[in-house]
Write a protein that binds this ligand. Structure first.
Ligand SMILES: [Zn+2]
Length: 334
């Protein structure tokens, strides 16, 4: 049984030491550290130290390209996108977005640099969190979509033999999936060749289940991918949490089995209110019941240190998580 939690917002090693001991004491076997563009540039040596401290606490260490290029999940800005204007994603209405495009060679090069650096920092697993084309603020079927940059235009024409359409056709959708697939495959191969494992978290798209699964299936087939999962978060909604989590956990278990990978489910530990505290327990038990043996929570101590995502009673969230993790370890030993 593997149990983990993400950790960010602190780059002071002596405090990290205290927190890693607490994480291990709360029945976690691994920690996911974020490594944003800012970290890569200014905290390289510090992250290396943080990884070492985490290993010394007995934890497996994952590194996450948090908000890098704004194509991965995370509350971090992208310097790459602000400096490399020609490598940005272009919406179908022609506007340029502050996010890098998967198909731009300069961004591929930057991600190779991130990957090699993360390996050098001592990571055991690289965590490719929610890779996705950026979405426009507008919703609905006529909402603008990404990406129509020069690299996408060139690649589409090469693949399909005609210019990239202005509408989001089935072939454009396939092209977008292929683009994420190529990008991730390249990074997974590189990480594996450098001695690291790879984990991916699929972004759940509740609007279009069929199209979502098509992408998940493609990504799951990456040979050098080890762990695949998703993060069925309820955000601030009151929901029937058991069927909600079961639906995603069952999809992951099935995909993992079909492709010979390890399945993982992420459990929300941010924006938890008194009404949703017990959702944590239910979500963990539901995932385990579906056959998941790798569970992670976002984030440390109910994310109480980040105002944007803070839970109402972060200590209580942390306590429930620890109780449930302890229970799973006990169960899986029986
Ligand atoms: Zn593009």
């Amino acid at each position: 049984m593997k149990t983990g939690v993400s950790y960010y917002g602190n780059r002071i090693p002596r405090h990290v030491e205290e927190d890693m001991a607490e994480i291990a004491g709360n029945h976690c076997t691994f920690v996911v550290h974020t490594c944003s563009e800012n970290d890569l540039q200014y905290y390289h040596g510090t992250i290396k130290q943080i990884v070492k401290i985490s290993h010394q606490a007995g934890l497996e260490v994952w590194l996450d390209p948090w908000g890098v290029g704004r194509v991965f999940g995370g509350e971090a800005y992208s310097r790459f996108a602000s400096e490399h204007l020609p490598a940005r994603q272009i919406l179908s209405d022609g506007s340029s977005l502050p996010a890098a495009c998967f198909n731009q060679p300069a961004f591929r090069e930057y991600m190779s640099h991130w990957t090699r650096s993360a390996v050098q920092m001592g990571a055991d697993v690289l965590f490719w969190d929610e890779p996705h084309f950026i979405k426009a603020d507008a919703k609905g079927k006529d909402a603008p979509w990404a990406c129509r940059c020069d690299a996408c235009g060139h690649k589409f024409r090469q693949q399909f033999g005609y210019p990239l359409p202005g509408e989001l056709t089935d072939e454009v959708r396939r092209f977008r999936h292929d683009s994420v697939m190529d990008f991730l495959e390249e990074l997974c191969h590189l990480a594996r060749s450098e001695g690291c494992k790879n984990a991916v978290c699929f972004l759940p798209d509740q609007e279009d289940e069929e199209k979502e699964l098509a992408l998940w299936n493609r990504l799951a087939s990456i040979e050098t991918l080890d762990i695949l999962g998703t993060d069925p978060y309820w955000w601030s909604k009151k929901i029937a949490v058991e069927p909600f989590v079961a639906n995603y956990a069952e999809k992951i278990v099935k995909l993992a089995r079909e492709h010979g990978k390890e399945g993982q489910i992420w459990v929300q530990n941010f924006l938890i209110t008194p009404e949703t505290e017990e959702y944590i327990r239910t979500a963990i038990r539901t995932a385990y019941g579906a056959g998941i043996r790798n569970i992670a929570a976002w984030s440390y101590r109910g994310t109480g240190y980040m105002a944007w995502l803070r839970s109402k009673d972060p200590e209580r969230v942390w306590k429930i998580l620890g109780e449930e993790y302890a229970r799973l370890h006990k169960l899986s030993h029986c």
